[in-house]
Write a protein that binds this ligand. Structure first.
Ligand SMILES: [Fe+2]
Length: 506
């Protein structure tokens, strides 16, 4: 069943818009906030429900027999065959509400081979008895059939599903409708039919992509290359006085090894290969702005979900949505830095399986560091956030006297209001990347709560859930040979090569 649910091929709908979000002008952080708000509003506790036996897929099997009672309102992935087409989706959602349920996620997809009906993939938060009644009502009203796909809960791992292997990122591609040129009249490409078709064609690559595949090259047009060249040239002009040294160094290496320059847009596969060599990061194509949870989860695996289309040519200096100019110029030189890559992965690992409230805070921290961070360089202030490094206007604004600049403090930064309609009124200044990382790790240790511990195993690109002391011992064993090698190397430096005078060892 799961293989049939190729989520990446779904025609994506936005949870937030479906739930009545007043505007599509929002961002990674806003989306996380909205989900939290909606879940609070719809949260309710009922006294009776029926527990579904795990591992069953068909609803008729699930609800047979005597089932124990519980107060929980668990999340369940279901697929509904829409017998009245997409037009009937509104009635299905009304029915969910009638049965005291909450739609935590929604996607639709076109009829699959051998089927004439559209399908909707939903994550429902609903008591079991209500889910049973909801299923009956769907059938009685001729709206569709329902199949349970997967229980989200995993033993010892909390109630929120998260990817545990890099291939699970194929299920983390949920795109928001924010700033989509087909839907947002404020988008500069809204009235440009040719641009919208082009944008859609390039996004198809991301919908079809599976982890491990090569990313197909995009056949960029001369106009797209021209837009890229305008931004690239300006970024290079400002770099010596506005961008941090790590960015400038990264861009220089990209020019030497990948052919970065104003006359061609680099292809994602070549950039991904480069990053793997430099910091272990890699790219996967994204079809637009992802949900905060999915986007942050990919960072845990050192995967950056990267758009491939180019912004509308009418405004080279600004794109209301992420585009490849922002990603390739703003983010990639920074991801090539091993220290910054490690910090980015830290944010991703911290996000796995945490509450919506914590996702919101982590997304805000990401916003004010990876996207809009400032750092000290001697007596100067420089930009290290991609949103600044790829925006000629905002990087100059950030380093002017207009905005307020506060010291980076995760407790404050995580709840700071931000601006995505205009330049930020507030930025956060770090002493260095080490400073950012150390403070962030301390913040996570003290503030982010989840009922399990995890460890990333880079050899198998997996997140290991540490559920017992034995699991922890196994993890320590794996590290033992590396620790021994490092210990021997240090002994060699101290006793053979005479470094003893300069090194203090506890
Ligand atoms: Fe970005």
């Amino acid at each position: 069943m799961n293989s049939a649910l190729s989520r990446a091929r779904f025609a994506i709908k936005s949870y937030s818009v479906d739930q009545g979000y007043p505007s599509r002008r929002r961002s990674l952080v806003d989306d996380a906030k909205f989900e939290t708000q909606k879940k609070r509003e719809l949260s309710m506790v009922l006294n009776e429900s029926i527990e579904v036996p795990a591992g069953l897929e068909l609803i008729n099997e699930v609800f047979s027999g005597d089932l124990p009672k519980t107060d929980a309102r668990p999340s369940t992935h279901v697929v509904v065959t829409l017998k009245k087409g997409v037009e009937g989706l509104g009635q299905v959602l009304n029915l969910v509400e009638t049965h005291r349920g909450h739609v935590a996620h929604l996607e639709t997809r076109q009829p699959q081979a051998g089927c004439v009906h559209y399908e909707a993939f939903l994550t429902l938060e609903m008591q079991r008895l209500d889910l049973l009644e909801f299923t009956k009502s769907l059938t009685l009203e001729g709206l569709g059939d329902l199949r349970i796909v997967k229980e989200i809960s995993a033993a010892g791992a909390g109630d929120i599903w998260f990817p545990s292997h890099i291939t699970d990122l194929d299920f983390c591609t949920h795109v928001l409708t924010k700033f989509e040129p087909d839907l947002d009249s404020d988008h500069p490409g809204f009235n440009d039919i040719a641009y919208r078709a082009r944008r859609k064609k390039i996004a198809e690559v991301a919908f079809d992509y599976k982890e491990g595949q090569l990313i197909p090259d995009a056949d960029y047009t001369p106009d797209e290359v021209k837009t890229w060249g305008i931004v690239y040239t300006e970024v290079k002009r400002l770099a010596p006085t506005h961008s941090c040294a790590e960015f400038n160094r990264g861009l220089e290496i990209l020019e030497q090894e990948v052919g970065y320059g104003p006359h061609a847009i680099p292809q994602l596969q070549a950039v991904s290969d480069f990053l793997k060599r430099k910091s272990g990061f890699r790219l996967r194509p994204a079809s637009g702005l992802l949900t905060a949870r999915d986007f942050l989860a990919s960072l845990a695996f050192r995967v950056f979900q990267c758009t491939q289309y180019v912004r509308h040519p009418s405004n080279p200096d600004h794109s209301p949505e992420p585009d490849c100019i922002h990603e390739l110029i703003g983010h990639i030189p920074m991801f090539a830095n091993p220290q910054f890559a490690e910090f980015s992965q830290d944010i991703g690992l911290a996000s796995l399986g945490v509450s919506d409230e914590d996702i919101e805070k982590l997304a805000t921290l990401y916003w004010f560091t990876v996207e809009f961070g400032l750092c000290k360089e001697g007596s100067n202030i420089r930009a290290y956030g991609a949103g600044l490094l790829s925006s000629i206007g905002e990087i100059q604004h950030a380093l002017s006297s207009k905005p307020s600049v506060l010291p980076f403090d995760p407790e404050t930064t995580a709840v700071q209001k931000y601006q995505d309609q205009d330049y930020q009124p507030t930025y956060f200044l770090a002493e260095s990347f080490l400073d950012v990382q150390a403070k962030f790790r301390d913040y996570v240790q003290k503030n982010i709560r989840r009922p399990f511990s995890i460890l990333y195993d880079p050899y198998i690109n997996s997140v290991i859930i540490l559920t017992s002391p034995q699991e922890v011992c196994k993890a320590i064993d794996k590290l033992q040979s590396q620790i021994s090698a490092l210990y021997l190397a240090m002994q060699d430096f101290i006793f053979t090569k005479g470094f003893m005078k300069t090194i203090q060892i506890d």
